[in-house]
Every structure is written in structure tokens, then in C-alpha cells.
Design a protein around this ligand. Structure first.
Ligand code: SF4
Ligand code: SF4
Length: 429
């Protein structure tokens, strides 16, 4: 296991000094474009962090709230002449705050108790998903057949969320994701094994969001691998990758998850590991060693293999691509445009690699800013004329679905695996 990276005081100070206050990040930061204050942009955040490191400010809850207001999208770093790594500096500062202060009990419960227990997480999601489905049936599910099942449930519940969420002190602009009443994991045995594992044998890192909200996409990955003659092994003891814990500054919870996953995938004689979640892939590559440290995104996994799949084109279907931050700037994975253009009529999306505003739990902690960033993205998608927007991160998919629901735009959101698997010919019996 790679040790989870922690910045020393000297290292953090050195990194902070990279910023020469040129202000170029102001034109790039999605949060700054909505909120406009200097504290919301990289330059301001780095100045505040330098003051905290110099002892002029406390690493306290106020500073924590300020640092929470960052998507970790790395758009500022991509345009910074000094290469200032604002997202990593913000994470390091969140760790300092967490080392000094206990966090809120609900967050602690989620990070330290729920996320390591995949079966419990799946059961809870199933429970919520069933209730969402029942309520949607009662209220009259959206009849728009172009939308996915989850989107149709979500659209039916938007009005209810708007009325109920303020009663719980939450923003009426928050549109919760639809969880699935059926999960991917079986919970039986030590592993779920799919296909013929005698030829190539890959591990499948499922991830929390695919498990709870997009199990259909997890099954799509299984089907794509099966058609390629590749066996997949999904250890049932795998847990959350650790990114939410790491991002919130909880090193202890992140380390526990890293150890649990390393053990779950150890000694499985795997040719590699694949995941359909760009965020998981990014965290696994940056924080794990061994086979998990070489995890491939579905796009990378299919890059050399796609030609072996018999996929049917859908002429006349206008499709576009949202490039997740973790693919664009963390992993530098190419756009999926050529794949999509082979299978449908590809239309360009303006600002396709700009953050959608989801960013893990950001959309819950900063619902107004997240909604404004998401609606800008949704308008771009509507303007593109696409009927389907495809992406590679379930977190992005949730935010795109919520943003398109606020505009009541009839655009279907699909994860890449699902989009491809839907174009496989039926298996002849
Ligand atoms: S672009 Fe980079 S150097 Fe310039 S102000 Fe922003 S963080 Fe500082
Ligand atoms: S990582 Fe993204 S949200 Fe955070 S300061 Fe940089 S551009 Fe803004």
C-alpha cells in the first residue's frame, strides 16, 4: 500500500509560495464564476492558507467552511503559469483541520462506518430506492420514454423534494439522486465471478455510486467484458475507494478503506483492474500500489479492444460527451468522442471538460453554487441539441441528471458502459 500522502509544513509552505497572485485562475474557476469573492478562487484560497500556516489564522471551522468551497476540479491548476496545485493544498489543509477538530457526527458515521460496509450501504440504498420508486408511482412517474428509469423517477419527485427539503433545513434547489431498488453486489461468497476467467482475468472495482445508483452500468461492464471473452472478478469485500474520506481530510478513514480494498484484491492473480468510475480510477491510481494502483478506466480498458466488439450504430441519435474532471485533468484520458461518433451522430458540447459542479458531496454542502454551475452545464447540453449525454463518472451523471431535471430538459444521461452495452446485438440462443 502506498502511504496516504500528507504534506509536511515545509512542503505545504513551499507549494503555497508558487502562487505569484497573477489572477489567471479567476477566469477559470467555476466557483468564482458564480460566487465572485476572492476567497472562492485559487489565489484567495492560497493566500488564506499561507496566513494559516504562518499562524495568523486558526485552522478552525470557519476556515474549514471556506476550504470546503472548492470542487477539486483542477481547472485553476491547468491554467496556472506556476502549476499551483490548489486542490491538493486544500485537501492538505482540510487534513490539518480534521487533525485538530472532530467533524460532524453524521459525516463521521458515513465516512467511518457506512462506506467501509458495502453490503450495508447497498441495503440502505435499496431501501431508499424502493421508496423513491413507490412515491414516483403514486405521484405519476414522468412518461418521457427517452429518459432513463432513474431520471423518470427523479422528475416525478422534483416537486416533492422542493417542498420537503426546506423542512429539513436543506436547499429547495437540491435534487437528490435516484437510488436503485436493485443493487449489483450479491453479497454471497468471497467474490462475484463473471465469464471465463481462464483467458484474461480482470478485477472489477465497482465503486459506491455504481453500486447504489447505477447497477445497470455495472452489469453493462460485465457484459462488455463477457463479449470480449474476459473474465471479471469483483471481490465482495471491496469498499469505497476512499476519495470522499480523503477529500474531507479524514486520513484515518481513507487509510482504513485503502487497506480493506488492498486486501480484497490481493492474491487474485489478476491481469488488471477496471472501473467504470473516473473518480475511483483517479484515486486508486494516485493512492494505491500494486494492481489497484494500475486500475484502468473503462475507456482505457476498451481503447485497444473496442474493435473486437460487434456494436450497432444508431443513425440519427444525437449524442454528446461530458468529460469528467478526473479524466480530463487528473488522469489525462482522451475524450470518448471517436467511440461515440462510430455509434451515433456526435454533436460538440461547449465547455465539455468544465466541471459540472457535482464534485462528490459538494452539491450537498454548497447546493446553490452547485446548482448554478450545473445549470450552466445543462444549458450547454440543451444548446448542443444532444438527445443523450454520455459521461464516465457516476458522480457527474447524478449532477447532470439533477441539473437537466431543474430545466425539465428531455436529455437522457448515460454512463459510457451502458451506452456501449445497449448497442451490443442480442445473444442468439
Ligand atoms: S493562476 Fe496560479 S499563480 Fe496565478 S493567482 Fe492563480 S494560483 Fe496564483
Ligand atoms: S480546484 Fe476548481 S473549484 Fe477549486 S479553486 Fe481550483 S478551479 Fe476553483
Amino acid at each position: 500500500m502506498k502511504p496516504t500522502k500528507t504534506a509536511s509544513a515545509a512542503g505545504l509552505r513551499r507549494e503555497l509560495e508558487r502562487c505569484v497572485a497573477c489572477g489567471k485562475c479567476r477566469a477559470l474557476c467555476p466557483v468564482f464564476s458564480v460566487e465572485g469573492g476572492e476567497a472562492s478562487v485559487a489565489r484567495g484560497k492560497l493566500k488564506i492558507l499561507a496566513a494559516a500556516e504562518d499562524g495568523e489564522l486558526d485552522y478552525n471551522a470557519d476556515l474549514g467552511r471556506l476550504l470546503d468551497d472548492c470542487l477539486g476540479c483542477r481547472l485553476c491548476t491547468s491554467g496556472c503559469p506556476q502549476g499551483a496545485r490548489t486542490d491538493e493544498l486544500v485537501y492538505a489543509a482540510r487534513q490539518r483541520i480534521r487533525d485538530r477538530r472532530s467533524c460532524n457526527p453524521l459525516e463521521l458515521f458515513i465516512l467511518r462506518y457506512l462506506l467501509p460496509r458495502r453490503a450495508l450501504l447497498a441495503s440502505l440504498a435499496r431501501f431508499v430506492g424502493r421508496w423513491q420508486n413507490r412515491l414516483a408511482r403514486l405521484l405519476g412517474r414522468s412518461g418521457n420514454e427517452e429518459l432513463s428509469e432513474g431520471q423518470r423517477v427523479q422528475r416525478a419527485l422534483v416537486g416533492l423534494y422542493r417542498r420537503l427539503l426546506p423542512l429539513a433545513g436543506l436547499s429547495p434547489r437540491l435534487v437528490p439522486p435516484t437510488l436503485s431498488p436493485r443493487q449489483f453486489s450479491s453479497g454471497r461468497g468471497e467474490v462475484q465471478a463473471f465469464g471465463d476467467a481462464n483467458a484474461e482475468r480482470w478485477g472489477f472495482f465497482v465503486g459506491c455510486a455504481l453500486e447504489t445508483a447505477y447497477p445497470r452500468s455495472a452489469r453493462a461492464v460485465v457484459e462488455l467484458a463477457r463479449r470480449l471473452g474476459i473474465g471479471l472478478i469483483a471481490p465482495t469485500t471491496q469498499a469505497c475507494c476512499g476519495l470522499p474520506a480523503w477529500g474531507s481530510g479524514d486520513r484515518r478513514a481513507a487509510s482504513a478503506l485503502i487497506n480493506a480494498n488492498a486486501a480484497a484484491f490481493a492474491d487474485r492473480d489478476l491481469d488488471g483492474v477496471v472501473t467504470a468510475c473516473a473518480s475511483c480510477a483517479s484515486f486508486l491510481r494516485e493512492h494505491y500500489s500494486g494492481v489497484l494502483g494500475r486500475t484502468q478506466t473503462l475507456q482505457e480498458f476498451l481503447r485497444e479492444r473496442l474493435g473486437r466488439l460487434e456494436l450497432r450504430r444508431t443513425p440519427g441519435l444525437r449524442v454528446t460527451w461530458h468529460q469528467p474532471c478526473h479524466l480530463a485533468r487528473h488522469l489525462a484520458v482522451e475524450l470518448a468522442e471517436p467511440m461515440l461518433a462510430r455509434l451515433a451522430d456526435y454533436v460538440e458540447l461547449e465547455e465539455r471538460d468544465v466541471c459540472c459542479g457535482g464534485a462528490g458531496s459538494y452539491f450537498v454542502k454548497h447546493p446553490e453554487t452547485a446548482a448554478a454551475i450545473g445549470e450552466r452545464k445543462a444549458k450547454r447540453i440543451v444548446d448542443s441539441g444532444a438527445e443523450v449525454v454520455v459521461t464516465a463518472c457516476p458522480g457527474c451523471a447524478m449532477q447532470l441528471e439533477a441539473s437537466l431535471a431543474r430545466l425539465n430538459a428531455p436529455v437522457r444521461v448515460e454512463l459510457l458502459g451502458d451506452f456501449l452495452a445497449r448497442r451490443l446485438p442480442p445473444v442468439s440462443s
